[in-house]
Design a protein around this ligand. Structure first.
Ligand code: MG
Length: 308
């Protein structure tokens, strides 16, 4: 049976990425611990010590997904001094390798996500699907590419790309030349859609990021049009709250809040405390929590919402 003549009940889908299309907590904790353990082995330190130092680096750079973490760790810098070549070829290379290897098994979309996007594309090829995230734009696209989801998006909205670290002693850039080149070229992974980098103070739960999307798609004014927008996110306070303030339809990715306590405890060891609150929504019975228009028990509930 063909549904090719169907008309989408929505004009625009905007979705959060982390814990909405994949389990970010499990991915990041698993991969990052592999990096810490490997770097600790190379320089003769421990995961606990490096985790505490990592928290300081993340705080300085304003992102828990800062990709040049290993070369900014205090113990790593003390161990190598200004011998940047050894630092890059030993601790940094091996740490990155361990991170990537671990990520291979845990950086996966939630089960129904790929099929759901494919189904939407099949029925509504012209319905724009936009990613809106607080992750740096480069990191967000790197993840969507690895997840095999980038092709489904018309646009990616993220925060500014990470700063490249330099050695305080000799000002040398502390990044392998090949990786540096990728960053400087702002590698877009062959993405054909639109990329927008939002100012840092557009971070959620502020409404300016989503408002920018609405304006770009000419769905901001008159405000009644906003009901034609579906905004999906896992964080009631952050995502759903801002959607409600703007008057779009909001879908709560409730499945993204089912997190393993052990993994959360591990995250708390290296995450700045404000980032734990930012990256993880802990369910509570708080009656003042924002109410979504619809609750998704799985990502494929999006199909019902789109009358598919
Ligand atoms: Mg999220």
């Amino acid at each position: 049976m063909s549904n090719n003549n169907k008309k989408s009940p929505y004009k625009l889908i905007v979705t959060d990425i982390d814990n909405t299309v994949f389990d970010w907590v499990n991915y990041y904790v698993t991969s990052f611990n592999a990096l810490l353990d490997t770097v600790a082995g190379v320089i003769g330190s421990t995961r606990e010590i490096l985790a505490g130092e990592a928290r300081d680096v993340f705080t300085t750079h304003g992102s828990i997904e800062y990709p040049f973490l290993a070369q900014e760790l205090r113990s790593v810098n003390q161990f190598y001094g200004n011998d940047i070549d050894s630092m890059l070829s030993e601790a940094v290379f091996k740490g990155r390798e361990a991170f990537m290897k671990a990520a291979q098994s845990v950086l996966k979309p939630y089960t129904e996500v790929h099929g759901t996007f494919a189904e939407i594309r099949r029925h509504y090829p012209d319905l724009p699907i936009v990613a809106l995230t607080d992750a740096p734009r480069y990191v967000a696209m790197w993840k969507l590419n690895k997840l095999g989801l980038l092709e489904f998006f018309d646009a990616v909205y993220g925060l500014a790309d990470p700063r490249v670290p330099t050695c305080e002693l000799n000002r040398r850039v502390k990044v392998d030349p090949e990786i540096l080149l990728k960053h400087l070229q702002q590698s877009n992974f062959g993405f054909k859609g639109k990329i927008r980098i939002l100012p840092d103070d557009y971070e959620k739960p502020g409404v300016r990021g989503l408002k920018t999307v609405l304006m770009d798609y000419e769905l901001d004014e008159p405000v009644e049009q906003r009901q034609g927008v579906l905004w999906i996110g896992d964080n009631l306070r952050k995502d759903i709250g801002l959607g409600n303030r703007l008057g779009v339809r909001s879908a709560w990715a409730e499945y993204g809040t089912r997190l393993d306590p052990g993994t959360l405890a591990s995250l708390a060891l290296f995450s700045p405390i404000q980032n734990v609150q930012k990256n993880v929504y802990i369910k509570s019975d708080d009656p003042s929590a924002p109410k979504p228009s619809v609750v998704f028990a799985t990502f494929s509930d999006l199909l019902k919402e789109l009358s598919l």
